[in-house]
Design a protein around this ligand. Structure first.
Ligand code: C2E
Ligand code: MG
Ligand code: MG
Ligand code: MG
Length: 293
């Protein structure tokens, strides 16, 4: 309701401006309280390889507001990204992922060939200390950097390609891998893929959505996958919801799959059970994608 403040109707303009301003102030206060009260948590969504085995997971932020349903990141992250608190929350997210991996390791649930994908907000790159802080956290929890993949968006690169490139190179030298998230939306350019030090490309959900209904989308996805493979990048399809989408993507050579068709994002405890089950399947021997580090 707040989004509809009009650019045309002057008579409503002031009113809705006030409503929007009030909404912003309330949201900022509640998010801030949420941080202080520890209302944020991470859910994990599996990524499957072509054999259907769990190989990775993406950490996704959730806001557990008191006596309300759990709010997914999609409903507040754009708003938060415009605020200084995004940096603080981003640091918390990365720290929590490392802490979680350490816990899984200590409790014997971790698979050394697994990696967790972590979303990094463009705001986080504005911090000169970003790369150094990431490395410090990894050392603090004694994590193998191979077990972390940073998900970045092209938005991070637009204003500060050189600096972000430098930070990414530093982290890659340290052993982390990088995924380009939401590929195909916004400012995506194929030329950028060549310049970027990324190892994975995540095809945006929009493409997957239209895959079976639009011939053009099908052709674009086919071309993007081919191009990525030429550039030695692995392709992940996000938002895979149907068997049909999965089948088409497999035929097109897509490397990994993520979506409701396999699993929804879940609490750490549920993911722990999944990872335990996946271990007993001995897929490590079967799949060429799984390298034990
Ligand atoms: P994303 O990184 O592209 O993450 C995928 C989003 O798609 C997630 O929404 C996930 O729950 C949802 N999803 C997964 N499979 C399916 C499917 O089959 N169908 C549909 N319809 N949706 C699916 P979520 O968790 O609400 O996150 C939205 C966005 O918020 C993320 O998009 C990411 O850009 C951002 N985000 C999430 N967690 C974090 C975080 O810890 N830090 C930062 N900076 N951003 C985050
Ligand atoms: Mg992501
Ligand atoms: Mg994405
Ligand atoms: Mg997306």
């Amino acid at each position: 309701k707040v989004k509809n403040y009009g650019r045309k109707g002057f008579s409503f303009y002031d009113d809705s401006m006030a409503v929007e301003a009030e909404y912003r102030v309330t949201m900022i206060r509640e998010l801030r309280q949420g941080i202080e009260n520890g209302e944020f948590e991470l859910h994990f969504q599996p990524l499957m390889n072509i054999s259907g085995n769990l190989v990775f997971a993406e950490a996704l932020l959730r806001w557990k507001r008191p006596s309300q349903r759990i709010v997914p990141a999609g409903e507040f992250i754009d708003f938060m990204s415009s605020l200084p608190m995004m940096t603080e929350v981003g640091v918390w997210v990365f720290d929590s992922v490392c802490a979680q991996i350490q816990t899984w390791k200590n409790e014997g649930h971790w698979r050394s060939d697994c990696a967790i994908f972590v979303n990094i907000s463009p705001k986080q790159f504005e911090d000169e200390q970003f790369a150094r802080q990431v490395k410090q956290t990894i050392k603090k929890y004694d994590i193998n950097p191979q077990q972390l993949v940073l998900e970045i968006t092209e938005e991070s690169l637009i204003n500060n390609l050189d600096r972000v490139h430098g930070q990414l190179m530093e982290l890659i030298d340290f052993g982390l891998r990088i995924a380009l998230d939401d590929f195909g939306t916004g400012y995506s350019s194929l030329a950028m893929l060549q310049k970027l030090p990324v190892q994975f490309v995540k095809l945006d959900r929009e493409f997957i959505n239209d895959l079976s209904s639009s011939k053009d989308t099908y052709s674009i996805v086919m071309a993007v996958i081919k191009l990525c493979h030429i550039l030695s990048l692995e392709v992940i399809a996000e938002g895979v919801e149907t068997e049909e989408q999965h089948t088409i993507l497999k035929q097109l050579g897509c490397n990994y799959f993520q979506g409701y068709y396999f699993d929804k994002p879940m609490e750490a405890a549920a993911f722990t059970q999944l990872i335990n089950k996946s271990e007993s399947a001995e897929e490590c021997e079967k799949s060429p994608h799984l390298k034990v580090v």
